[in-house]
Design a protein around this ligand. Structure first.
Ligand code: PRT
Ligand code: ZN
Length: 285
């Protein structure tokens, strides 16, 4: 039987979450520590452990069929691969930053300046689109020290919490792109491999749906049901069961994690009581 070859980062910020995602999809992986290749025990999948920068090339050449890496890495590689799913982890942004003391006037600030980055392709596209002429100094690590040592006037680098910029006396002045981990695929997969990928994506969506949503149970007076149901979109419509106490019902539904607290406040204001919120293990819509 055909196997889907997936490339994941060997060691770095994406490794742990990539393996965790596969595990949450019920895929059991044979020993993956310190090896370059492994297999799954209960899913037609082979794993390759690589540097994230190499993954787009391996996928383009179909050494691997699919891969997990940051969107920033995919764009920078300029390889002909397709992004098939955003995975919701390793969130960050690629930004331009300059020394704190400098006054920023907009992208033209960078005219005739030097910018240090590990992302020359994405940066030069941004500069072109903004009609800015700057010199790009390509360096592969510790980009944030470049202005301090006189290598460049500014930097273009990944920012997450912003503390690296802060401790190097830099301020973020433009966000070029937002990024998160994604799955990429080779554009010419066989029908058999596409079918395995579909199966994997189905599971990933169920896992993502579960982390993005919560199951909610609450009690409400019958007269408040309409108002409360309007606040609970759920998967279809909420489930309503009568309570032993006359005039009261129990309402069950699913709510999204992102606007969770706001919605709870509104539910309470509408008359909801005894609200229980429970994590969801998997969610299949
Ligand atoms: O060895 P290999 O080449 O595989 O790994 P790598 O060193 O190239 O990559 P790695 O593991 O550092 O990052 C992999 C991916 O994680 C990146 O391509 C991003 O998509 C994503 N990611 C998410 C980050 C960050 N958050 C992040 N904070 N990548 C890097 N950083 C670095 C950034 O370069 C800067 O030095 O963290 C610093 C900024 O962090 P804050 O929190 O101080 O702002
Ligand atoms: Zn890398």
């Amino acid at each position: 039987m055909e196997k889907l070859k997936i490339a994941i980062q060997k060691s770095g910020r994406l490794s742990e979450n990539s393996l965790k995602l596969l595990e949450e999809c019920g895929i059991k992986i044979n020993n993956s520590t310190g090896v370059l290749k492994s297999t799954a025990r209960n899913f037609p999948m082979e794993l390759l452990f690589l540097r994230d920068d190499d993954i787009p090339q391996y996928v383009e050449q179909q050494v691997a069929d699919i891969g997990i890496l940051g969107e920033n890495g995919v764009l920078e590689s300029e390889k002909d691969v397709a992004i098939v799913e955003q995975l919701g982890f390793a969130g960050c942004r690629l930004s331009l930053a300059i020394p704190n003391r400098e006054e920023y006037s907009g992208p033209t600030y960078f005219n005739n300046k030097k910018i240090a980055t590990s992302y020359p392709a994405i940066l030069s596209k941004f500069l072109r689109e903004n009609n800015v002429t700057a010199t790009i100094e390509k360096i592969s690590g510790s980009v944030e020290i470049a202005p301090g040592i006189g290598l460049a006037d500014g930097i273009c680098d990944i920012v997450s919490s912003g503390s690296t910029l802060l401790s190097n006396g830099l301020k973020e002045v433009e966000t070029i792109m937002k990024s998160q981990a994604v799955i990429i695929k080779n554009k010419n997969l066989s029908a058999g491999k596409e079918a395995i990928l579909e199966k994997l994506l189905f599971r990933i969506k169920a896992v993502k749906g579960a982390t993005e949503n919560k199951y909610i149970l609450l009690n409400a007076p019958e007269k408040a049901v309409k108002k409360i149901c309007d606040l609970l979109p759920g998967m279809k419509s909420p489930t309503i069961t009568p309570l032993v106490e006359q005039g009261w019902v129990s309402i069950h539904s699913v709510i999204r994690e992102d606007d969770f607290w706001e919605r709870i406040d509104k539910l309470r204001a509408a008359g909801a009581e005894g609200i229980l919120v429970i994590p969801i293990e998997k969610m299949i819509s």
